[in-house]
Design a protein around this ligand. Structure first.
Ligand code: AMP
Length: 180
């Protein structure tokens, strides 16, 4: 198990920029593009995730559209695992399985290819995204993984907005590198 030192955690934390009132008034958007273009912070983060997950006996990494693709695909490559994209509705070309989730107004939907985890019976999957807010997206993505006969072992986020209690509705274990 890899523990991130307070010093390293602060380097990652300070590389994330707050954008007030984006995409709408009252939301403070956690902008990870400044983490991605800070090589020291990005490298510390990926080293930490690689060290944490190398003992999890995983079969796949699944990343949530779109920022989860960045961290997820690098981690998959480092751990020599396959990467599976969990996409917003209408983007995947082959037969998909979908899961709806509620938004403040209306609903959204995530999809995965029906055969995404077929390479391994009962595949052990780590789900990753940049941030958990209300938890709706991650909850839908995790249940989607379980729906296609794989097993979501843990949900990993670079940042968690703890005041929204998003992880409460998620059945899998949850790990957040940073808490706000
Ligand atoms: P939720 O389903 O409410 O947990 O929202 C999570 C998804 O929305 C993630 O894919 C995040 O990238 C994005 N998101 C929600 N709130 C924020 C925020 N304050 N800053 C950055 N991304 C956010």
């Amino acid at each position: 198990m890899s523990i991130l030192s307070t010093e390293d955690k602060n380097i990652i934390l300070e590389s994330i920029r707050d954008i007030p009132d984006f995409p709408k008034k009252g939301i403070v958007f956690k902008d990870i593009t400044t983490l991605l273009n800070t090589p020291k912070a990005f490298n510390l983060l990926m080293n930490h995730l690689e060290a944490r997950y190398q003992s999890y006996n995983l079969d796949y990494i699944a990343g949530i559209d779109a920022r989860g693709f960045i961290f997820g695909s690098i981690l998959a490559d480092r751990l020599n695992l396959g990467f599976v994209p969990v996409r917003k509705k209408g983007k995947l070309p082959y037969t998909t399985v979908a899961e709806k989730y509620l938004l403040e107004y209306g609903f959204d939907e995530v999809e995965v290819h029906i055969d995404a985890f077929e390479g391994k019976e009962g595949a052990r999957v780590l789900l990753i995204d940049d941030l958990i807010a209300t938890g709706g997206t991650a909850k839908a993505a995790a249940s989607l993984i379980n729906k296609v006969n794989a097993h979501c072992v843990e949900c990993c986020f670079i940042a968690e907005l703890t005041f929204l209690n998003g992880k409460e509705g998620i059945e899998s274990d949850v790990y957040s590198v940073l808490e706000f």
